[in-house]
Design a protein around this ligand. Structure first.
Ligand code: FES
Ligand code: FES
Length: 174
């Protein structure tokens, strides 16, 4: 057994004892009932299980949860799909996913949403030029698999959120 204390979507959980072999995916889904985080391949290949990890240095990144122990998240702050809406209002990215009909079965959506959000936050700090945008979005989403092949629509949804607030996300006059 190992001690786990973690912050999820701004709320503290634990410290509590968890089995060493408990995965983060099972911790979220089975112990906390947070089923928005999906379990797909179970082999760190599809990223449908990805959550956002907020590093203490102010940067964020996504991590799979299917093959990663819950205990390894001790002391960390993460965000899941359940944390994107504010006061019942969907985030800009969530709205764009709906407007673009980006998903079909929705199994991969939480992973794409988290990855897209990390990209938005990165661009707000480190804008890219308009010319670099398509490549930047493609590279950010590249590791996520969608069995319903919604890749183009996810790409367009993320890109359009960025273009809708270009002064925030894109380098000026480029
Ligand atoms: S379920 Fe974790 S990467 Fe596929
Ligand atoms: S919408 Fe079905 S796997 Fe992506």
């Amino acid at each position: 057994m190992t001690t786990l204390g973690i912050t999820i979507n701004g709320r503290a959980y634990g410290p509590m004892e968890v089995r060493d072999e408990l995965t983060m995916n099972d911790f979220l889904r089975e112990m906390l009932g947070m089923t928005g985080t999906k379990f797909g391949c179970g082999a760190a290949q599809c990223l449908s299980c990805a959550v956002i990890v907020d590093d203490r240095n102010g940067t964020s990144y996504t991590s799979p949860t299917c093959v990663v122990s819950a205990a390894s998240f001790d002391g960390k702050a993460i965000r899941t799909v359940e944390g994107h809406a504010r006061n019942g209002e969907l985030s800009a990215l969530q709205k764009a996913f709906i407007e673009h009909f980006a998903f079909q079965c929705g199994y991969c959506t939480a992973g794409f949403l988290n990855e897209g959000q990390v990209l938005l936050e990165r661009l707000a700090k480190q804008p890219v030029t308009r010319a670099e945008l398509e490549k930047t979005v493609a590279e950010a989403l590249d590791s996520h698999l969608c069995r319903c092949t919604g890749y183009v629509k996810y790409h367009e949804a993320v890109r359009d959120v960025i273009l809708a607030d270009a002064p925030r996300y894109l380098a000026a006059n480029k």
